[in-house]
Design a protein. Structure first.
Length: 94
């Protein structure tokens, strides 16, 4: 598997859907059970697994149902700066 940094957004979404399907099967859940636990319709859940397309709020619901919500915490986390002055002088990320 390639690092996400080298993938397109569509490829990342497809990979996340593939990982979720694997996790669901490891838990022995049907798609209907995963959808119910996530508070989603079965059709929306199936579409995500098939295409990777999903609303962000629904992705959060799935992460919660699969006890993976905490793994999203570092996403977009601000870097740990030593001081506010240094943060203001830092060049923008490239």
């Amino acid at each position: 598997m390639l690092p996400f940094e080298t993938m397109s957004p569509r490829e990342v979404a497809t990979e996340l859907a593939r990982r979720l399907r694997t996790l669901r099967l490891q838990r022995g859940w049907t798609q209907a059970e995963a959808a119910t636990r996530s508070g989603m319709t079965l059709a929306s859940y199936k579409r995500f697994e098939r295409t990777g397309e999903i609303a962000f709020q629904s992705l959060l619901k799935i992460a919660l149902a699969f006890e993976q919500l905490g793994r999203l915490e570092p996403l977009f986390a601000a870097p740990a700066w030593r001081s506010h002055a240094r943060a203001r002088r830092a060049p923008p990320p490239s």
